[in-house]
Design a protein around this ligand. Sequence first.
Ligand SMILES: Cc1ncc(COP(=O)(O)O)c(C=O)c1O
Length: 343
Amino acid sequence: MKIVDLRSDTVTRPSQAMREVIANAEVGDDVFGDDPTVIKLQEMIAELLGKPAGIFFPSGTMSNQVGLRCLTDRGDEVIIEANAHIFRYEAASGAAINGLQFNTIEGNRGVITVGQIERRIRPTNDEHQPLTTLVCLENTHNRAGGALFPLDEIERIRELCLKHGIKTYLDGARLWNASAASGIPLNEYTKHFDLVSVCLSKGLGAPIGSVLVGDEKTIVLARRYRKAYGGGMRQVGIIAAAGMYAVEHNLHRLKDDHARAKKIAGTLKDLPGIKLHPVETNIVIFDVSGLDVTPEKIEDDLRERGLLIVGMGGGLLRAVCHLDVDDSDIDLACGIFEDYFKG
Ligand SMILES: Cc1ncc(COP(=O)(O)O)c(C=O)c1O
């Protein structure tokens, strides 16, 4: 049976051409700073994102946590949206490893406003209270369904943070998608943040890898923390090469994923009992809590029909478009949805 896997944009497999690039990559010991391919990738991503320097990581989680560590001290408080990946899905490492306290704000589709943030900043003249030293944003926002964070709100947030001496951090795992959907250049987003993390292993289709970008001094510090957190890697030009290939070949096609997500949305919106969330990029989230059948049962039933999607709790199911599904796969998925929910 043909399987259409829409669980995540992380399920893509390296193409033959990407595997050839991996096989032929020039490598060296990256802990010594000797891997020419890693150096090239870091420079390439830093330039693309308009920052002076970058550092390669094995995962978005490590990149985020090292990023947070660089911008805070233990015991500091970080303002963040309540459904942000850093808060919800990184196994409490912000608290457990970095010693941070999070002050969470329930956003509107992942977006928190400058007014909400301002009300959460702690006074600095009260020794009882932690110091607010960082605001974290996520763009696009995963749990909000690939939602875009508006640039004008980011600008206002940055201005507020500068006024208070608070640093800003962007979890830009899917910033590529944000830029593709909004038409706003990557550096127009990144210039409002001290550090930005982007993933190569999601929409871009690399097997591994994230890059953290910022100023030279902070990236040197990030190298120290990456080593401390066990992320110092050796001949990783083999995966950096895949990352470079992914940027060069797959960045321009993210709009196809967005169009396919809209196609799925077009099918789901008319199906009985389904509440579709707005679709802005490659992620489709829909609420099935109005149906008699549980999300888990729906997941199992669809799997039996050859369609893989994933539950997110709270009656929500998620389907994500990516490099390894084409128009015919999406037609197949839409047909399965229709048969199942109408039948
Ligand atoms: C918004 C966001 N940030 C960070 C990550 C973490 O990436 P990784 O799975 O590479 O640790 C993810 C993963 O899905 C994500 O969606």
